[in-house]
Design a binder for this molecule. Sequence first.
Ligand SMILES: [Ca+2]
Ligand SMILES: [Ca+2]
Ligand SMILES: [Ca+2]
Length: 502
Amino acid sequence: MKFYALFKAMLPVLFMACIVSSCKRDDEAIKKNSLQVEKQTNQLQATSIGASEKNDNTGVPISNKYILIASSEISLPTGIDGELSGMGATIDKKLDQVGLTFVSSNDPDFKAKAKKIKGIRSVINDYRARWYDPQKEKTVAAQNLAESHEIGPVADNDFYFPLQWGMLAVDARDAWAKGYTGQGASVAILDTGFDLDHPDLVPNIDLANSANFVPGEVLQYNLPDPFSHGTHVAGIVGAADNAFGVIGVAPQAKLILVKVLNDNGNGDFSWIMQGIIHAADHGANVINMSIGAFIPHHSQTKTPDGVINDTNEIQELLVAMNRATNYAYKKGVTILTSAGNEAVDLNHIADYDHYPSGCSNVISVAATSPVGWANNFATDLDIPTTYTNFGTSGVDLAAPGGDLYSTVTGNCTVGPVGGVPCNVFDLIFSTGNNGWFWAGGTSMASPHAAGVAALIVGKHGGNISPSQVRSILQRSAEEKGKPGKDAFFGFGRVNASQAVDY
Ligand SMILES: [Ca+2]
Ligand SMILES: [Ca+2]
Ligand SMILES: [Ca+2]
């Protein structure tokens, strides 16, 4: 049976500008050699998708990849290996913990056959989606950067800290001054590949527990384009306080890097589920997923063969995803995700829901930004961005995500960086592949909140449940917008300093 669906997916990063700098300790060496700004507008658009993989801008079922969902949520049927091999199928991965198996088979009747295995509740296609389109990125003439730098004693401020208005917005420095830096907390970053030898990340990367779930690729980001989404997100959570580059919200948290999307931005749902389970089983206290997709409630597609109703398949896909997030939650993991960048009211979209922000036991984060911060450092840092999704049902918290306002003109200088369009400084500055970038999106908001979650976990020595972490995140957030929970801020904009007072 073919699987048709209405689907749209992307990584929630909207705007990027880059400053590619030498990763050298010497400030003189820190000169931008390239700067470009690009605005990508991603409007919600439903795309009708056929069962062909030819159009790689859209989500498609993978014709020979299947997800088997057991009736049990905590185990797989005994003897399933033998039954599957008897069908000529290959087991790609078994997740006994949640009763899921991912299988390859070229048998066109595989689905019908596998559904007959005792203890199997459903068999659906796995899905691949392009979550991020590198064709829409700028091309940067990246310097091939030597990283044979020497990092001196930790005494200086990290030289790009003056660019990090997001740290001011969440009162990160006050939390650090109180002695809370995320020490003792582990944050798993589920994303594209990462710059594993970036001097800002190396001190905190927990390589032993990091993992790649993308067949044919490695954990290290490996594209010529130096913007690396995963590297940017990781730096917001936990770039080291090492007198170099930038600082993350939780600069002493350990970073478990988990590659669930390939460097071109494609990812299978099975890779994401494996990443969630891996993080939960390898000591993560917090998971950050700066990824997002709209999945329809119902799907019915007219084909030459008649009408195909995929509603059940879609519901089962979500059953599988929820098993992964529920498993992590029960193992004590606080899960943060981006609310998405389509500027839609999540309370009032009739036919779609946003995932993984809509999964069970995850915290969804909307994005805020100043307007013209480089022109006026006293300006409000907590304005809802132009792109952020909103709605009380779909937003739990708000955090800095950055924006790129065309009304902000001219060139500005902030800290060590000058001659840059003033509006670029309203984006979030963090690590990229062999350098640093500005980027904006709810992809950047979620890791600010994940960093605050890490500060909370660190303060409590890891002995705190995800429901308690959520409660503290919400109660310590700064009230914004309408009193109480509201559409753009949820329970408020996260505050690191207030969070560590609980
Ligand atoms: Ca640093
Ligand atoms: Ca590198
Ligand atoms: Ca409010």
